[in-house]
Design a protein around this ligand. Structure first.
Ligand code: SAH
Length: 461
C-alpha cells in the first residue's frame, strides 16, 4: 500500500519540515496492524516526494481480531495488503499526526500557506465508480487524474477492476490535504477494519472542519466514514455546522421564477449581463454557480465569447446543463464550453485566468460567514479582469404581489440585501483587492425601492 506526496514549492525539501520527517532518512513505524515506512524517493530544491509505504501481513490479519469473523479463504486472500483502505487512513493519522494539526514550529508560515501538492495513490478502490471518486475531490478544488486498473493486465478480456490509480493535484495547505485523504480513503473503500463508535464522530468533525459542512456529498461521506451506522450518522450530521450549500430543486426554482415572472426578470438579467460583457470586449468567461446553464446558453450565441467555463457545486444541475446546453451544441462548437463541478468557497486554479467572471444570483445562497472565503477565491486567486455579481434587492420585495411580507424570494436564500448593504460589501472588496466597482440596476426601477436585481461590476485596476 503506497501513498506519495510531492511538491514543487521551493525549497521543495521543506516538505520534510511540514511532515516532521527528514528527507535524508528512511524511518519505520510499528502500527498495530503492520509496519509503515516513510522515505523520500526524490528530494531536491525543486521537487520533493515523500512516500508512505504500508506493509500489512494478510496471515496476521486473518488470524488476528480483524479477521476473526471471516472463516473462509477470503480472510487469507484479500486486497487488504494492496488497496488503500482504513489501514492507510489510520497510518496517515498516526505517522503524520503532527503534520495534520497544521502546527510546525520550524516552518509555521509554510504550514499556513497553500502550496502546490500532488498526492498519488496507485491502488484506490472505488467499487467501479469514477464519478463518485471525482465527486469527492473535485468540489474541494482538486484536479483529479485517474486511470482505471485492469483486473489482470495479462487477460485484458476480463475487463476492469474496481481500483483506480489516482493522482490528486491542488494548491493547498499540507494539513488540509492530509485531512482530506484521511477521510476520503475509507469513504471510497466503504469499510473500516475496526469497531466504530462515538469517538469516530469526533474524529470526523476534527478532520472535516472547514470543508465537510459545505461538501455536496457531505451526507454520503459522513455515512460511509461512520461505517453506515444510522444513529452515528444522524448525530454527526446534526453536529456538522449547518452550512449546506444550495441544492436547487426544480420546484424551488419555479417558485422563484413565478414570483419574479411578471417582469421576466430572469431574461432581463441575462441580457444585461451579456451586454455588459460585450461592452467590455471579453473573450474568455467563467460563469460561477452556473446552475442549469441558462446564461451559458445565451453566452454561446455570441461568437466573440470564444471560451466559456461553467462551474457549479451541484452535480445534478451540471448534468442538466450538459443535457440542455452542451449536448445541444453542434460538434464543432462543443469545444467552446466546459462544465466543471467545484465550490466557490475553495481556491481553485481551474477558474483563474479568465477575462470575466459572472456570479449571477449565487451569493445569497451562501452563508454570510462563507462570503469572506468566496471573496478571496474570486478576487485574490481567480482574479478575472471583470467580475459581475448580481443579487436580489430586498427593498423591492414589497412590490412582488405573490411574495408574503418578510419572506425571501427563494427558500434557499440565506440573506437578501438592501442596496446600501450590497454596496458597502462591494466597496470593501474593491478597496481590499484593487478593483474598482460600479453599480447597475436590472429590471423596472421603482423611485422608492430601486430595481428588483442589483448588480456590481468590478474592474481590476
Ligand atoms: N447563475 C444561475 C443559477 C443561480 S441559482 C442563474 O442565474 O440561473 C444559485 C446556484 O449557485 C445554484 O446552482 C447553486 O448550486 C450554486 N451555488 C451555491 N453555492 C455555491 C458555491 N459555494 N459554489 C458553487 N456554486 C454554488
Amino acid at each position: 500500500m503506497l501513498l506519495t506526496i510531492s511538491t514543487t514549492h521551493q525549497p521543495a525539501t521543506d516538505l520534510g519540515y511540514l511532515l516532521f520527517k527528514h528527507p535524508d532518512k528512511c524511518q519505520a513505524f510499528n502500527l498495530s496492524f503492520g509496519t509503515a515506512q516513510v522515505f523520500y524517493p526524490e528530494a531536491s530544491e525543486t521537487k520533493c516526494t515523500a512516500a508512505l509505504v504500508l506493509d500489512i501481513n494478510p496471515i496476521d490479519l486473518a488470524r488476528g481480531k480483524a479477521g476473526a469473523n471471516r472463516q473462509t479463504l477470503e480472510a487469507y486472500v484479500s486486497d487488504r495488503p494492496y488497496a488503500a483502505s482504513s489501514f492507510l487512513s489510520v497510518a496517515i493519522s498516526q505517522v503524520f499526526r503532527s503534520a495534520m494539526t497544521g502546527n510546525c514550529k520550524d516552518r509555521q508560515e509554510l504550514a499556513d500557506t497553500a502550496i502546490p501538492l500532488v498526492a498519488r495513490i496507485p491502488v484506490l478502490p472505488s467499487r467501479g465508480r469514477e464519478g463518485f471518486l471525482r465527486g469527492l475531490f473535485e468540489p474541494l478544488g482538486y484536479q483529479v487524474n485517474v486511470r482505471r486498473l485492469a483486473l489482470d493486465e495479462t487477460f485484458p478480456d476480463w475487463g476492469n477492476s474496481s481500483y483506480f490509480d489516482v493522482e490528486l493535484t491542488h494548491t493547498i495547505k499540507l494539513s488540509e490535504l492530509l485531512s482530506h485523504l484521511h477521510v476520503m480513503i475509507p469513504v471510497l473503500d466503504d469499510d473500516k477494519h475496526y469497531y466504530v463508535n462515538e469517538d469516530e464522530i469526533e474524529k470526523l468533525l476534527r478532520h472535516g472542519e472547514g470543508w465537510l459542512g459545505t461538501h455536496p456529498l457531505k451526507a454520503e461521506i459522513t455515512s460511509r466514514y461512520l461505517k453506515r451506522q444510522r444513529g452515528l450518522t444522524r448525530d454527526a450530521l446534526a453536529q456538522i455546522a449547518v452550512e449546506e450549500v444550495a441544492v436547487e430543486t426544480p420546484e424551488q426554482e419555479t417558485q422563484e421564477d413565478m414570483i419574479e415572472k411578471p417582469m421576466s426578470l430572469n431574461q432581463q438579467r441575462m441580457e444585461t449581463v451579456v451586454a455588459t460583457l460585450k461592452a467590455n470586449g471579453v473573450e474568455k468567461i467563467v460563469d460561477l454557480g452556473c446552475g442549469e446553464g441558462k446564461l451559458l446558453k445565451l453566452l454561446l450565441k455570441e461568437p466573440s465569447f470564444q471560451s466559456i467555463l461553467g462551474m457549479d457545486v451541484t452535480y445534478r444541475s451540471l448534468e442538466i446543463a450538459r443535457e440542455r446546453v452542451l449536448d445541444k451544441l453542434p460538434t464543432h462548437q462543443q469545444g467552446r464550453l466546459q462544465l466543471i463541478q467545484g465550490s466557490l468557497n475553495y481556491r481553485d486554479a481551474r477558474i483563474a485566468g479568465y477575462d470575466a467572471a459572472t456570479v449571477i444570483e449565487v451569493i445569497e445562497h451562501m452563508e454570510l460567514d462563507r462570503l469572506a472565503a468566496f471573496e478571496r477565491v474570486l478576487f485574490e486567486f481567480a482574479k478575472p479582469r471583470i467580475a459581475l455579481v448580481t443579487t436580489p434587492n430586498i427593498e423591492y420585495n414589497v412590490k412582488f404581489e405573490n411574495l408574503p411580507v418578510g419572506k425571501l424570494r427563494h427558500p434557499d436564500h440565506r440573506f437578501e440585501w438592501t442596496r446600501s448593504e450590497f454596496q458597502t460589501w462591494a466597496q470593501a472588496i474593491s478597496n481590499k483587492y484593487k478593483y474598482s466597482v460600479e453599480f447597475g440596476s436590472i429590471g423596472a426601477i421603482d423611485a422608492e425601492f430601486g430595481s428588483p436585481t442589483q448588480m456590481a461590476i468590478f474592474t481590476a485596476k
